[in-house]
Ligand binder design. Structure first.
Ligand code: BV8
Length: 244
């Protein structure tokens, strides 16, 4: 039985809930690459463009048509029933893990449902779209809220806690991530350095494919519930699931 599991999720775990992955969005989003609109420079250059990018994703998330899928629900079940330690680190800024019931969760790239005061760094639940009148209540004069999102070139959140979990885990599972963005893409190397087990769940081999011991290929919504059952039944991943 495992004692300490770290799960890293990416946009692929939310794909079956109807949220587009970056591989879809990258490229011609309003003639910009994601790295252009998801950077401090992009925001400084054209705040309205970046606000439109996040407002459209925020409105879709709150549209009532986006729900957690079986993979999110399975990870919440793992947290509730696994007797060891579990930490879910998500690169996603949606709130589907929380809505499925996950609590031991760390949004390393921020949260779409929160805005941040650029001066005090205080975060606020987003109650209206970003814009010139959506301001903080902590400063005088009030400051225009920015997305509480980690952009390219900005330091991801919770790195100390993440490294501590990676250094102590005996199983690392990456679900629905292309392994293109660092430092998240390098987490598997830390676990390999400690000689612990690494599993990749993806539709197709991702960029760091060769660094993982086991590859469970298919949709997260199909695979993760089975993976959770294998773990909760006290079995070791890779023998039962890879065969099934
Ligand atoms: C940092 C928030 C240092 C925004 C995101 C040059 C200049 C500056 C930095 C760099 C540079 N070169 C390299 C870097 C580092 C950079 C980086 O890695 N760049 C890449 C492009 C090379 N990283 C950073 O800048 C990071 N910060 O390094 O800081 C520092 C040090 C000291 C002090 C200050 C700073 C910050 C990176 C965070 C960027 N923000 N998100 C937003 O969400 O809008 S990243 C964003 O893209 C996501 O959060 C995610 O991390 C990434 C996309 O990755 P995925 O989640 O994997 O999604 P993707 O679509 O790519 O893949 C989906 C996968 O799912 C696919 O594999 C697909 O097959 C699979 N899939 C699809 N459907 C399913 C499925 N799998 C299973 N089931 C399905 N149904």
């Amino acid at each position: 039985m495992y004692q300490h599991i770290v799960v890293l999720t990416g946009a692929g775990i939310s794909a079956e809930s109807g949220l587009r992955t970056f591989r879809d969005q990258d490229g011609l989003w309003e003639e910009h690459h994601i790295e252009d609109v998801a950077t401090p420079e992009g925001y400084a250059k054209d705040a309205e463009l970046v606000e439109r990018f996040y407002n459209s994703r925020w409105q879709q998330l709150n549209s009532g048509s986006v729900e957690p899928n079986a993979a999110h629900v399975a990870l919440a079940k793992l947290e509730a029933e696994f007797p060891g330690q579990l930490l879910v680190v998500t690169q996603n800024i949606d709130n589907l893990h929380e809505r499925a019931g996950s609590k031991r969760l760390l949004h390393m790239h921020g949260e779409l449902t929160k805005g941040r005061c650029p001066r005090s760094q205080q975060t606020f639940t987003l109650r209206e779209p970003y814009g010139p009148n959506n301001c903080c209540t902590c400063c005088i004069p009030a400051q225009r809220l920015r997305p509480h999102v980690v952009w390219f070139g900005e330091m991801p959140l919770g790195m100390d806690k993440i490294h501590q979990a990676l250094d102590n885990c005996d199983l690392f599972i990456a679900i629905g991530t292309s392994g293109t963005v660092y430092p998240a893409a390098g987490f598997v190397d830390i676990v390999n350095h400690h000689g612990k087990q690494t599993v990749e769940v993806n539709l197709m081999p991702a960029d760091r494919h060769s660094q993982f011991q086991y590859h469970l290929t298919g949709k997260a919504g199909d695979i993760v519930p089975k993976l959770v059952e294998v773990i909760l039944s006290g079995n070791v991943v890779g023998t039962d699931l890879a065969a099934s």
